[in-house]
Design a protein around this ligand. Structure first.
Ligand code: GLP
Length: 242
């Protein structure tokens, strides 16, 4: 595991974006695993900048997002599908058909999950998987449980997660109770994992995830078992890390 600490959010975003950009420069057909939430927004801005400066093209890239809410249509302003278009896809030369996000309105959710894993499998291994960290140690939407699913599955969101994500919804809107998420097994199959953590409110959980016991009660702790994990933290999030 490689832990990189940055004294500014701008530097962290640049470094994270450079890792993704160089992955695509080396392999223009790279398979990227993408994340949502507040954390990656600045990283996507940097990727758009790299694209605008002619440093990288996404025209042959395939992407798979970690998760999507159940019950939101792709054009709902809080769907992760909408988020990806707003923050990245609409601003670079990526081909829409090669971007993959679980479909939260599928009639048969189990079947949607199975097909999502099949699509990942067919694309080959994910070259680099970007990850944020939930306050309770969730990755994607894999919440702390006695047992974790390895493959893509439907999950009931923890109350804590719903509350954390309520900031993105208007007052009258409900945060969905369920989501489709890649399983931890799917995430761990990626060739490289890049965990990005920002802010003092995540200092305790990132310490637990990276230096505590490997346990399903802290899904991010399973990342410790990956042979190629790079962690990017700002000073506040990394304050309790060695
Ligand atoms: C969300 C997402 C995760 C994300 C995490 C942290 O619920 N499903 O993929 O990494 O929670 O979000 P944020 O970056 O906004 O703190």
């Amino acid at each position: 595991m490689n832990i990189l600490k940055f004294n500014s959010e701008a530097k962290l975003n640049e470094a994270a974006a450079r890792i993704i950009t160089s992955t695509v420069q080396v392999n223009p057909s790279a398979v990227l695993g993408l994340a949502t939430g507040g954390t990656p927004i600045g990283i996507y801005k940097e990727l758009v900048k790299d694209y605008n400066e002619g440093l990288v093209s996404f025209s042959r890239v395939t992407t798979f997002n970690l998760d999507e809410y159940v019950g939101l249509s792709p054009d709902h302003h809080q769907s992760y599908s909408h988020y990806m278009k707003e923050n990245l896809f609409n601003h670079v030369d990526i081909v829409a058909e090669r971007t993959n996000i679980p479909f939260g309105l599928a009639d048969q959710l189990e079947e949607e999950c199975r097909q999502y894993d099949e699509r990942i499998e067919a694309a080959g291994r994910i070259d680099i998987q970007l990850l944020g960290l939930g306050h309770n140690g969730h990755i994607g939407f894999n919440e702390p449980e006695d047992e974790l699913s390895s493959s893509t599955h439907v999950v009931n969101l923890a109350e804590e997660t719903k509350q954390a994500n309520a900031r993105f919804f208007t007052e009258t809107e409900e945060v969905p109770s369920q989501a489709i998420t890649m399983g931890v097994g799917t995430i761990l199959k990626a060739k490289m994992l890049m965990l990005v953590v920002k802010g003092a409110d995540k200092a305790e959980i990132v310490k637990r995830a990276l230096t505590g016991p490997v346990t399903t009660q802290c899904p991010a702790s399973l990342l410790q078992t990956h042979p190629n994990l790079v962690v990017l933290v700002d000073e506040a999030a990394g304050s309790l890390l060695p």
